[in-house]
Each structure stands twice: as structure tokens, then as C-alpha cells.
Design a protein around this ligand. Structure first.
Ligand code: 5GP
Ligand code: MN
Length: 349
């Protein structure tokens, strides 16, 4: 992978060596790739390098990826939502900060200012467009890869103490890397590169139990999630331009008793319909709608999210927000705003 040069690996290795307190973070609403890449790096830094390391995330918990954080790791994972004081303290004491799976500290939401105020050196390991270069001292940024977990895998393999031998990686790192790659590719259905299959093959050979991972990811939901999914699919709207959308209100979430993390993956489903070019899923939050966008080849989810929803992401998988009072005057206007945006975007596209 071209971004992983010997010189950068040497610099990264030296930065880790010199640091005595390392803090790792990733984007808010941490998904399998965010939790996977941070916990994989956590296990490498603690078990192989013997470093005092903490993971700090802006969320309430790790949601569907909680299986990656066993009981004994929990003291080293701080969730800002539960413990803002502790999160701020840990970041203030950091002598090295490593950000994964997003292109800027602003994507860590409430943690962003704490990170920006820190004088510690900062490293970015990410696969999104437009890394905010001025925020970092060292950047590994590659969009032609499945996931931050995959990029991290290739970096770890290039470090002198692993030296291309995946059996030297802590088993928990291997499991976490396989998980992040699997969720970001939707179990090998998008963004799969030769290097992705190579990584999967090497980790399998090193003993990572993929069947157990798949069961933890895809066979471990609450019934309520499926009931809510059925409801949303039955109400899905498909526009004549080939856009599908589903909107989940606060009220729906209460009716089905589902939490915010449990809607992950819903946005992908409408792409199964032949004529659908783009799928939008909106979920009501406090003062805004969280927006997820997925598209098929030839339509840019990224451009749609950036143009109408203050967001961004990848070409075919993006997200953003729609604020009420700023973007729309009330919750009731969400459908017309969305329909107008889709109409304008898909007609010019
Ligand atoms: P998801 O729909 O799974 O929440 O997000 C899909 C992709 O869009 C992810 O790569 C994520 O990083 C990106 N994304 C989601 N929300 C936002 C946002 O508010 N701003 C930006 N810049 N990217 C986002
Ligand atoms: Mn990712």
C-alpha cells in the first residue's frame, strides 16, 4: 500500500516508542470499523509495546460492537457520554494521540476541542476523503482500502516487532481487525480490494475465528430491531427518480423500543430494489435528523450528503445531519426538504 512508506513506519514506530500515555479515538457513533480499529490498536500498544493506552470515544457505549470489549478491557475504554470528566482528563494527559476511521477531530464531536487543545503529537489512520492535514503530525490516509481496520492491519504488519508475521499480533487485535473490515464491507459486498482478501486470508491462517465473529455481528440482534426494520420497509418510499427513503421518528423509536445503534444497516436494504440508485435513512435525534446515504455506482452518496446534509463520507456510503430551525423550520418539513433535495440532485445527476 503506497501510503505505508518505510519512512512513515519508522516515524510512527519512534512516536510510539517515545510516548508514555497514548490515547486512541475514532468517529462518534462508533461502528464496527471504529471500535474494531481502535481496539485492535489498543491491544497492539498494550500487549506488544507495553504502553499505557486508553481508548476515548464520544458515545454512550460501543453498541453492537461491544463484544469487542471484554470485561478486562473496560477500564481502558472511556465513553464521553457517560464520563465527560474522565474523558477530558485522559486526553489532557496524553503524550500521543492516534485518530482512526475519520478525517478530522471534529468527527469526534464533543471530544474535538479537547484533542485540538492538546500539545501531544497526533497521528491519523483513515480511509475517508479529505484528511484535515493541519490537525496531524503524521498521516496514513488511503481511500482505496476497505476500512480503517484494513489500513491499520497493513501498518501493524509493517512495524518491526510484527515484521509481516500475523501470528505475532495479539489474537484480540486480529479479531477486532477482521470485525472492522467485515462490517465496513458489509461482509464482503462492497469496497473489497485484493489487499482486503489478502488481509482476511492472513488473519484466518493466523487463527482468527471468523464464524464466531459473524455470529457476534449478524446473529445477535434483539427481536425489536427486526420488527422496526419490517415497519420501516413497509413504509419505504421510492421516488420516480430512483431514490428510496425511510424516516424513523422519536415516536417510532419509543414504540419499537429501539436504541440509536440498533438501526445500523437499515439504509443498505432498499438498494436491493432494481431501480433504486440511492437510499436515504433519517433518524430523529435531539434537534436534528441523523442522515445515512448509500448509493450504487454512478450516483454519489458523498456529494448528496455534503450538498444537502452538512455531511460527507465515502463515494457510495455517506452521512450527515439536518438541523431543525437552521435547515428546516420544523420536524414536519423533513419530507418536503428530502424530496426536493432528491429531486434536484437526481435530475441534475
Ligand atoms: P453511516 O451512514 O454508517 O452513519 O455513515 C456512513 C459514512 O458516512 C461513514 O463513513 C461516516 O464516517 C460518514 N458520515 C456519517 N455521518 C457523517 C457526518 O455527519 N459528517 C461526515 N463528514 N461524514 C459522515
Ligand atoms: Mn470505516
Amino acid at each position: 500500500m503506497a501510503v505505508i512508506t518505510e519512512e512513515k513506519i519508522r516515524r510512527f514506530d519512534r512516536m510510539v516508542e517515545k510516548a508514555d500515555k497514548i490515547v486512541i479515538s475514532a468517529h462518534v457513533h462508533a461502528d464496527g470499523d471504529a471500535v474494531g480499529s481502535t481496539s485492535a490498536l489498543f491491544h497492539y500498544l498494550t500487549e506488544i509495546r507495553g504502553k499505557s493506552t486508553s481508548v476515548v470515544l464520544a458515545d454512550r457505549d460501543a453498541g453492537g460492537s461491544s463484544f469487542l470489549i471484554p470485561e478486562e478491557d473496560k477500564p481502558f475504554f472511556t465513553f464521553y457520554w457517560n464520563n465527560p470528566g474522565e474523558a477530558a482528563r485522559v486526553i489532557a494527559e496524553a503524550s500521543l494521540i492516534i485518530l482512526l476511521d475519520c478525517n478530522s477531530f471534529t468527527r469526534t464531536e464533543d471530544l474535538g476541542d479537547f484533542f485540538k487543545e492538546s500539545y501531544a503529537p497526533k497521528v491519523l489512520i483513515d480511509h475517508h476523503l479529505d484528511p484535515q492535514e493541519e490537525e496531524f503530525d503524521l498521516i496514513f490516509s488511503e481511500t482505496e482500502t476497505s476500512s480503517a481496520s484494513e489500513l491499520l492491519f497493513h501498518i501493524l504488519m509493517a512495524l518491526p516487532d510484527i515484521a509481516g508475521d500475523a501470528t505475532r499480533l495479539p489474537m484480540q487485535s486480529g479479531i477486532a481487525l477482521m470485525t472492522g473490515m467485515t462490517t465496513d464491507t458489509n461482509n464482503f459486498s462492497n469496497s473489497v480490494y485484493p489487499s482486503t482478501l489478502e488481509m482476511a486470508s492472513i488473519l484466518l491462517a493466523a487463527g482468527v475465528d471468523r464464524d464466531a465473529i459473524l455470529s457476534d455481528i449478524y446473529q445477535n440482534y434483539r427481536e425489536n430491531r427486526l420488527r422496526a426494520m419490517g415497519f420501516l420497509l413497509s413504509k419505504m418510499t421510492i421516488t420516480p427518480e430512483g431514490a428510496a427513503y425511510m424516516i424513523l421518528t422519536r415516536k417510532n423509536m419509543m414504540t419499537f423500543d429501539i436504541a440509536e445503534g440498533e438501526t445500523e444497516g437499515f439504509v443498505n436494504l432498499p438498494l436491493a430494489v432494481r431501480n433504486v440508485r440511492m437510499s436515504v435513512f433519517m433518524r430523529q435525534d435531539n434537534g436534528f435528523f441523523r442522515v445515512s446515504v448509500r448509493s450504487k455506482k454512478g450516483t454519489s452518496a458523498q456529494r448528496f450528503a455534503a450538498t444537502y446534509f452538512n455531511g460527507g463520507g465515502h463515494e457510495y456510503a455517506a452521512g450527515g445531519r439536518l438541523y431543525f430551525s437552521e435547515d428546516i423550520s420544523s420536524v414536519k418539513d423533513v419530507v418536503s426538504y428530502l424530496e426536493n433535495s432528491l429531486n434536484e440532485f437526481l435530475h441534475e445527476a
